[in-house]
Design a protein around this ligand. Structure first.
Ligand SMILES: *Cc1c(COP(=O)(O)O)cnc(C)c1O
Ligand SMILES: [Zn+2]
Length: 411
């Protein structure tokens, strides 16, 4: 194998060898993986991919590994759910949910990026993996790192949802809860990454890690019958996922897997943390950092590393961005659950509620093929719903009591 030719600075274009590095020494721009697309085009075809197992590694030629996959062997290839009920509510004829609430093994799309990062960490010879996380990454690195036999250091903001902390702790990583927000955790981790020879999946392994997000885009197109959708709505934290879905469609066209790649890409954020959407709305490529305050904690990155590139992808694609309040987020979660039977975390509420707004404002056409990315499972953020749900109907264990209750339900 080996379709990666090196790393390249996204700003000045300077080339680097394949190493665990992430910024350009000359201009401090972020590094990106470079592929030999001509070689890939010869190596893959729709037929060849379709014969492979249903996980993200079916697109391994377009992922930055040199040998065989070593983590996440069951991650990815999540369902693309035809969402007719939700579509009816929103007024869309052909709506789909890309349902990563059931991604393996930890029920968010982060299992994709971690699969790639840990495989790369093995190739580089690391024995310790680490991350700065808003919650889901902690969960995934804890679990997949356990399976792959790594020592694990996981850094999170101390204010994270209790259920997310528990679901990481069960895998017994070294879980460090930092008294600060994500941006402060991330800054601390950059310092630690300079001092210890660890594979920080979203810092020094970031160029490789981030490529894992492309797999959502590859799958969407394959599942639509090798066709990119008209619109895709993507929740944004660092902005990386959005840029990579956009890149995925372009790459598929480049290597001949699809004919057209003119998808409009839309950014979804919470009003309490909307630096990317603000830039899109103000039509400025300057991302202004902010202090996050939202129930959508997995998206709470106030200083998004890929904010500028997400902005640029949205603009280039002809898409747009919207933001929603905490109440709208909860309504979005409930709407998705009530119509499609999918229990998403707060980030899913953001995407659904934003889609509703975009349709109302006319950015998304009624007859266009539209895909909403739902990126994490609701069981991980149950706290967000506390006090916002109706309660069960309590009865005594006899039929009269039930029929008494039934009258009230019917009334
Ligand atoms: C991390 C995360 C995102 C956004 O990821 P970025 O690539 O940082 O923009 C979206 N949804 C969920 C559930 C996440 O955990
Ligand atoms: Zn550079």
């Amino acid at each position: 194998m080996g379709f990666v030719t090196g790393l390249k600075c996204r700003e000045c274009g300077r080339q680097y060898e394949i190493e665990p590095i992430y910024v350009c020494e000359f201009c401090f721009g972020p590094l990106e993986v470079v592929y030999d697309y001509k070689k890939i085009k010869k190596a893959i075809s729709r037929k060849r991919i379709e014969k492979r197992e249903a996980n993200l590694w079916r697109y391994k030629e377009l992922l930055p590994i040199d040998k065989e996959p070593q983590a996440g062997l069951y991650s990815g290839f999540t369902p693309l759910v035809k969402a007719d009920n939700l579509g009816k509510e929103l007024g869309l004829k052909e709506l789909y949910i890309k349902d990563d609430t059931v991604a393996h093994p930890t029920f968010s799309f982060k299992d994709r990026v971690v699969a790639v990062a840990l495989t790369k960490a093995k190739e580089f010879g690391f024995d310790t993996v680490a991350c700065a996380s808003t919650g889901n990454l902690a969960h995934s690195v804890s679990a997949q790192g356990a399976k792959a036999g790594f020592k694990r250091f996981i850094f999170i903001p101390a204010t994270l949802e209790e259920s997310k902390i528990t679901s990481s702790l069960v895998f017994e990583p070294n879980l460090i809860a930092v008294d600060g927000n994500y941006d402060e955790v991330n800054r601390l981790c950059s310092e630690i990454a300079n001092r210890y020879r660890w594979a920080f999946v979203n810092i020094n392994i970031r160029p490789f890690y981030a490529e894992g997000s492309k797999s959502i885009g590859f799958e969407i197109a394959e599942q639509l019958g090798w066709k990119a959708p008209d619109n895709v709505i993507v929740p944004c934290a660092s902005g990386s996922l959005l840029t990579k879905i956009w890149k995925a469609f372009k790459e598929m066209k480049e290597v001949g897997l699809i004919k057209e790649a003119d998808t409009k890409v839309f950014a979804a954020q919470a009003l309490g943390c909307n630096p990317i959407v603000t830039a899109i709305k103000n039509d400025t490529d300057v991302i202004r950092p902010m202090k996050p305050d939202t129930v959508a904690k997995s998206l709470a990155i106030g200083n998004p590393a890929d904010g500028y590139y997400a902005y640029a992808a949205v603009k280039e694609s002809g898409g747009y961005g919207e933001e929603v309040t905490d109440d709208e987020i909860i309504e979005g979660m409930k709407l998705l659950a009530r119509t499609e039977g999918i229990f998403a975390e707060t980030a899913g509420g953001v995407t659904v509620a934003v889609t509703k707004k975009l349709v109302e404002q006319g950015y998304i056409g009624k007859n266009e093929v539209t895909v909403i990315c739902v990126t994490g499972n609701g069981l991980k953020t149950r706290e967000a719903l506390e006090g916002r749900m109706s309660s069960p109907i309590y009865i005594k264990p006899n039929i009269d009591a039930f029929e008494e209750a039934l009258k009230k339900i019917k009334a």
